[in-house]
Ligand binder design. Structure first.
Ligand code: SAH
Length: 239
């Protein structure tokens, strides 16, 4: 069943203009059809009682929770165009709660000034659509762009930085994930195509980030994000 994010006022469900358009014009919804709507973090089974004008009422609360048991933050270096879109979509499917994009010494892409806002709007749309598709209750929160040296402001109970130069095995990553207690927060940092400089790794370590390896092969930045988040989701969900 199609899922939307909306608002609930008493039993009335309100969708924004774009979702209303999607429901009526793309999905060609008819009166009497049912949809799922997430409002205030709850999922409701709803019925379309009228299409012109669009009226949707909630019928019952659906008890389900597809969110990860812990709050996971992905901090990823900016990537070019469609690679960034890909990471945002996959990270949502893999359950992240928050995404922070950053520039680093070797980041090639730069977003400046107002263009930053435009991108953020587009990114939010990707996250929302991915969350609807994979039936999440929450759309990941995305931050304004930060610079690597702002990593000292990141708060999390477990802080990891993926670094191919570390000699530790993937067991370190597993152990760190397994050490999380309920409700604790995990942050994982993934670098750009050019990787992190030694100075950046030293700075991250100084600020409480543990360098972790993601296996014996050097992964593309987008693969590294997906690898790390898959392992995190898998371990948290098998706990
Ligand atoms: N500069 C490197 C590759 C960087 S890969 C080189 O060309 O040799 C891009 C990012 O993915 C890295 O900054 C790191 O965060 C992550 N990554 C890729 N493979 C990894 C691995 N085997 N272990 C840990 N992190 C990895």
């Amino acid at each position: 069943m199609q899922r939307y994010f909306g608002h609930k006022i008493k039993n009335n469900i309100i969708l924004d203009e774009e979702d209303s358009y999607h429901l009526l014009k793309v999905m060609r919804a008819r009166r009497g059809e049912e949809i799922e709507v997430v409002a205030d973090d709850n999922v409701y089974l709803c019925e379309i009682t009228s299409v012109k004008p669009l009226k949707i009422i909630s019928k019952k609360l659906i008890k389900e929770n597809n969110e990860l048991p812990n709050y996971v933050v992905l901090i990823a270096a900016l990537l070019k165009g469609d690679k960034m879109d890909f990471v945002l979509q996959k990270a949502t499917e893999l359950g992240v709660s928050e995404i922070v994009l950053m520039t680093t010494e070797r980041t090639i892409v730069r977003i400046k000034g107002h263009k930053d806002d435009l991108k953020l709007g587009r990114y939010q749309k990707i996250l929302k659509e991915a969350a609807q598709q994979c039936k999440r209750r929450k759309v990941p929160f995305i931050h304004r762009l930060i610079d690597f040296n702002q990593l000292d402001e990141v708060y999390a109970d477990v802080k990891l930085i993926a670094y191919e130069g570390t000699r530790t095995s993937v067991a370190t990553l597993n152990k760190k994930i397994d050490s999380l207690k309920p409700k604790q927060k995990l942050a994982v940092v993934i670098g750009p195509e050019g990787g992190f400089s030694e100075g950046e790794i030293a700075f991250a370590k100084h600020n409480g980030f543990t360098p972790v390896g993601l296996g014996n092969r050097i992964l593309r930045a987008e693969t590294a994000s997906i690898y790390a988040l898959s392992v995190i989701a898998n371990r948290l969900e098998t706990k």
